[in-house]
Write a protein that binds this ligand. Sequence first.
Ligand code: PEP
Length: 251
Amino acid sequence: MQRKALIAGNWKMHTTLVDGCALATGVAKSFDGKDDREVLIAPPFTIVSEVSHVIKDSGVIIGGQNVCWETSGAFTGEISPTMLHDAGATAAIIGHSERRQIFGENDEMINKRVRGAIKFKLLAVLCVGETLEERESGNTFSVLETQVRKGLDQVTAEEMKQVVIAYEPVWAIGTGKTASKEQAQETHAFIRGLIENLFEKGVAEELRILYGGSVKPVNIDELMAQPDIDGALVGGAALDVESFGRIINFK
Ligand code: PEP
């Protein structure tokens, strides 16, 4: 089945107004607009609104790097789905390993975020991935199964149209170590099989599964050639117009 590719750039805690808008302008100019793919950028919350103006009409979409499940209230430090919409975003990254590891977000909280995003019509990019220790002890699939099951708890087959899963092995994020194309394909196929068990074949076939972890211009083409890799979640290389430009225009 032909799934539309999605290349997402996670800017993390980088860029201020001027350099963020310049980066977004560069990305928009680099995107050749092929209709077999979508491009998403996730800047810091402070510049989502300005960046959304910069990329208007370019075909690039914009997302938050996290999202709360409530629309407003006493949630200091959080951003709501309606606030993201208000600023021009249509997607949110949820459960990134930096949120899990540095800020202690657990699967239950991540599930609330996923359901909040879905409820308010944002595309939920649910990140999952094992640590090096978990991989080396042979627990990759059980860790992923738990993160996927819990992250998607109470999500319906119909709602899965608003979900993308990003497989990001923690040991490959920002380290320069990429999972080999075989390792990534094997894991993506496992996740797709799991989704088929949890929902149904059609949901699994339609689901886009992104690979993340040191994606660069040199490895994007071979990763994208794998049958179960439908895109990439890119950190470091998303901050450089030339690199990200090459990645979004993968062959
Ligand atoms: C990420 O931030 O999700 C990521 C994959 O980072 P990097 O591409 O730098 O490894």
